[in-house]
Design a protein around this ligand. Structure first.
Ligand SMILES: [Fe+2]
Ligand SMILES: [Fe+2]
Length: 248
């Protein structure tokens, strides 16, 4: 386990669910490909942050960070593809990404809209969450040492990202660092709430549609069948058109 602290209570309670989600090799492969996209997108955003910053030390760190995320994308993509290549083709599989996301936070980066302090606070919390989460995945992936090795390798970089963002925040905002972290935490909680609300709404929408399908449609199908039985078979002569009495 990494020295950032163990998994959250939420993750501990949901550990059996994490185990179940990662136990399916097909889902595992698909999730790694999705993780790869998040890492690649995050790497591009952090490159943009390197372009925008006026601080030379931060520029160097952002560039290294962006390279790391691009490498993570490649590692996840390669492992995901090799997993899927060895499996028979299958249709869609639920990835349950709202519960077992990748490096969440990188997908929410708005580099152009954030100032340096806010960006560092947000990055720090995202990287910290990734370290805790990837440790949980590493733990439930004991049956797949190759995928576990990918997470272990990536975790080393994520721990560095977590610590440099914290140190740099303390350097550039010694007096407001606590406030920035508080604001970033509130923003993450709000986004987490929105994600759960959207997932629940989708679940309820699906349940309501199924209910309509099984409860409302059968009487209509029955009525249609009865009407069809009353129809005579074969072609019927057309009804005569109504008499034309005016041009309207
Ligand atoms: Fe990463
Ligand atoms: Fe990272």
């Amino acid at each position: 386990m990494n020295d950032v602290g163990g998994p959250t209570i939420f993750d501990r309670v949901l550990r059996p669910l994490h185990r179940w989600i990662w136990s399916d090799a097909h889902r595992r492969g698909r999730k790694l490909l999705t993780f790869s996209e998040t890492e690649a997108e995050g790497g591009r955003d952090i490159s943009r942050a390197a372009e925008l910053t006026r601080d030379p030390a931060l520029r160097r760190l952002y560039l290294r960070h962006a390279e790391d995320e691009a490498r993570h994308a490649e590692l996840f993509r390669r492992r995901g593809r090799s997993l899927l290549a060895g499996l028979p083709r299958r249709g869609e599989v639920a990835e349950v990404n709202w519960l077992t996301p990748g490096e969440r936070g990188l997908d929410d980066l708005r580099v152009d809209e954030r100032n340096e302090e806010t960006l560092l606070a947000f990055l720090h919390l995202s990287e910290k969450a990734a370290v805790v989460r990837f440790n949980v995945y590493l733990d439930v992936l004991r049956g797949d040492p190759d995928t576990g090795a990918v997470f272990a390798r990536i975790l080393e970089d994520e721990a560095f990202h977590m610590s440099y963002t914290r140190k740099q925040l303390a350097r550039i905002a010694p007096r407001t660092q606590g406030l920035r972290l508080l604001q970033a935490r509130a923003s993450r909680i709000w986004k987490a709430y929105l994600r759960v609300a959207v997932a629940l709404a989708a679940l309820m929408g699906g349940a309501l549609l199924s209910l309509q399908y099984f409860v409302l449609l059968p009487p209509f199908a029955l009525l249609a069948k009865r009407a069809a039985r009353r129809e005579e078979e074969g072609l019927q002569p057309a009804r005569p058109p109504p008499a034309l009495e005016s041009q309207y």
